[in-house]
Design a protein around this ligand. Structure first.
Ligand SMILES: Cc1cc2nc3c(=O)[nH]c(=O)nc-3n(C[C@H](O)[C@H](O)[C@H](O)COP(=O)(O)OP(=O)(O)OC[C@H]3O[C@@H](n4cnc5c(N)ncnc54)[C@H](O)[C@@H]3O)c2cc1C
Length: 379
């Protein structure tokens, strides 16, 4: 057993970190205020291979392992977790196309996806179904003109911003086996978007409802087989959960690093506040939590990479553990900054807001416990 990163893995982390510090961190607050991320960022990230991190090399992707990909998200989220998490959603969709799409579908979509001229959104949640995603109602009928979609998707990251929507739709019976996946281009007739959601965090990412009213997309935009869409959507989520965890980890590490610097400078009662043993113990606890989170996350990624039968359980456990540890750590960072932690200028309150949603999406942390408990009880 070797817990060290290889030289190549360290280089991947360093490259993502350097890009984030130079091209994302200086703008993160402005993008948050503007409520959008400039679209020209994505092709620049794609030049590093980040448009298809774990898309196979045969399909033109970077062919990285899941573990390698977590390093990219950990490093990028040290600059801004909202931007890093958005990239994760695109990559989750890209992998679905690579893993399940026909050669024809890949030939048409993959070049734009990999260069990130085509940014992808993932459309599963609906106003009436979130955790119980298999209850989704958006219907797609096969017609001579193509798939005709009717329904609404809720909370879609990149709604009204992305270039195409990887959408889970009902094409058959109730339940998971009646669900298929289709790609809907942004200019499809009958596609429209709700107003931008006003959110606690992830504010640089546009989030909106996606509305389909007799919306038409080509029959050749079906991903894989009819009736398999739910398993494709869930397959994508294992890796998505690792990435979201990595975003919590990197952002919390950045918060802790900034807190150490702040505590060295900040004086109270005649000494710098890092000299109070009560606070040193808190720092130690935060370090322990983050190191444990990192080890657990990488173990779960390794399980997914090696096709371990309990990989889904480990991805769920890691997602719950790491996202909660990340939020606890940034909350402590805010506390250790005193009143300044509450001010936007110090960057800590943004981390508290951004990380909170990681406990809710890609499956809530209650659903993570459900996955774990089900597997335990099934034995
Ligand atoms: C900022 C943001 C961005 C998002 N981006 C996307 C996106 O790009 N694409 C997409 O498809 N979705 C997206 N989502 C949706 C997200 O995945 C859902 O919000 C999430 O799955 C929870 O669904 P819900 O909000 O309907 O909550 P509900 O499912 O209604 O859950 C409400 C509460 O009940 C709990 N609960 C539900 N069922 C159980 C159970 N069986 N046992 C115990 N507790 C349970 C939940 O954990 C939660 O605490 C996004 C959400 C947010 C907030």
């Amino acid at each position: 057993m070797d817990f060290a990163l290889s030289e190549e893995q360290q280089a991947i982390f360093d490259m993502a970190h350097a890009f984030g510090q130079e091209h994302i961190a200086p703008h993160a607050r402005a993008w948050e205020a503007q409520g959008t991320i400039p679209k020209d960022l994505w092709p620049r990230l794609a030049e590093l291979g980040f448009g298809g991190l774990y898309v196979s090399e045969e399909a033109g992707g970077a062919g990285l392992s899941r573990l390698d990909a977590t390093l990219v998200f950990e490093a990028l989220s040290m600059a801004c977790p909202s931007v890093a998490a958005f990239l994760s959603i695109h990559n989750m969709c890209a992998k679905m196309l690579d893993a399940y799409g026909s050669d024809d579908l890949k030939a048409r979509w993959m070049p734009g996806v990999l260069s990130m001229e085509t940014v992808l959104s993932y459309c599963l949640t609906e106003p009436g179904s979130g955790s119980d995603a298999a209850a989704l109602k958006t219907r797609a009928e096969k017609t001579n003109e193509g798939w005709r979609l009717n329904g609404t998707k809720a909370f879609i990251s990149g709604g009204g911003y992305s270039d195409a929507y990887v959408t889970m739709v009902r094409t058959g019976q109730d339940g998971p086996k009646g669900i298929s996946t289709v790609i809907v281009p942004a200019d499809a007739p009958g596609l429209s978007f709700g107003a931008l959601e006003d959110k606690m965090g992830w504010r640089s990412q546009p989030t909106a409802q996606v509305q389909f009213d007799d919306c038409l997309t080509g029959l050749d935009n079906l991903v894989g087989e009819e009736g398999r869409g739910f398993s494709y959507a869930m397959g994508g989520l294992d890796g998505g959960r690792l990435n979201i965890s990595a975003c919590s980890l990197g952002a919390a590490q950045a918060g802790l690093d900034a807190t150490l610097v702040y505590m060295r400078d900040r004086k109270a009662f005649g000494q710098s506040i890092d000299q109070f043993q009560a606070l040193q113990f808190r720092l130690a606890d935060m370090e322990i939590e983050l190191q444990a989170a990192r080890t657990f996350l990488r173990q779960a990624a390794w399980k997914l990479d090696t096709g371990a039968p309990d990989a889904t359980k480990f991805c769920a456990m890691a997602k719950k553990f790491v996202t909660e540890a990340g939020s606890r750590v940034v909350d402590q960072c805010l506390q250790l900054h005193g009143g300044y932690g509450y001010l936007a200028d110090y960057g800590i309150e943004k981390l508290v807001r951004d990380l909170r949603v990681h406990q809710i999406l890609e499956g809530t942390n209650e659903i993570m416990r459900l996955i774990v408990a089900r597997q335990m009880l099934a034995r």
